[in-house]
Design a protein around this ligand. Structure first.
Ligand SMILES: [Zn+2]
Length: 240
């Protein structure tokens, strides 16, 4: 192999074409779970997250462990090996680039992209993904603000604060919105909350599980319930 070829593609990922769709889904789910929470990933939490039978998870984890992609002790937590992490990042990169492509180039709504992006991520060649990356100008985040790993699996740094943890008067720019529930994304469209919107927290009512936010555009304050507030992360800015 020439030096040029070795540099062109990071060598530390498993060949995606050697992995079943189920195996890829498991790798991505393990990585994504640890992206959002520091809690342990277990077989049962994976079964719940992927909506599959526990026996499917056990079989898949055993196969992934045999290939050196995960480390899993019976009844223990599931972790990705270095090879597993790099492979999961390449899967995440594909999906997030495709989400960006579908929204920017094909006019999809941000609540519509998930299923098609997942399907395309499983079938698109590396060459197509690299061309999409270049066509989009090497984006570092997808339409929901999720960071896109670069071709070497490096994630851009993020320093975000959950909106739900903010107090009255706190101000920031919406930088990431949980994309797991399309209905929630549609709701945010309806109330005009989107990425890069500046918001200031108004009244918080922990007893009722609500907080109001203003967008400074002259409209009425938007009252968000706990579930909605927990779906938004902001980049804190100075108080006005
Ligand atoms: Zn996304």
């Amino acid at each position: 192999m020439s030096v040029e070829t070795a540099i062109a593609r990071p060598p530390q990922t498993a060949l995606l074409s050697d992995l079943s769709v189920t195996a890829r889904d498991h790798l991505k789910a393990i990585w994504t779970a640890s992206e959002w929470s520091a809690g342990k990933v277990t077989s049962s939490s994976l079964a719940c997250r992927l909506d599959v039978a526990p026996s499917t998870v056990s079989t898949t984890l055993r196969r992934l462990a045999e290939r050196g992609l995960v480390s899993h002790k019976r009844y223990g937590s599931v972790t990705l090996t270095d090879l597993g992490t790099a492979t999961a990042l390449s899967i995440v990169r594909r999906q997030r680039l495709l989400e960006t492509f579908l929204v920017r180039e094909l006019g999809y709504g941000w609540h519509e992209v998930h299923d098609d992006a997942v399907a395309l991520a499983h079938t698109a060649s590396d060459r197509v993904i690299d061309h999409i990356d270049a066509r989009l100008g090497y984006p570092t985040r997808d339409p929901h603000g999720d960071p896109i790993p670069d071709a070497d699996g490096v994630l851009p740094p993020l320093e975000l604060t959950p909106l739900a943890s903010c107090s009255a008067g706190d101000r920031g720019v919406i930088s990431r919105i949980d994309d797991s529930d399309p209905a929630m994304l549609e709701y945010f469209d309806q109330v005009h909350l989107t990425l890069d919107q500046v918001v200031t927290v108004g009244v918080t009512r922990p007893c009722a599980g609500t907080m109001s936010v203003s967008t400074g555009t002259g409209g009425a304050d938007i009252v968000l319930g706990d579930v909605a507030a927990c779906s938004i992360w902001i980049t804190r800015t100075d108080r006005p």
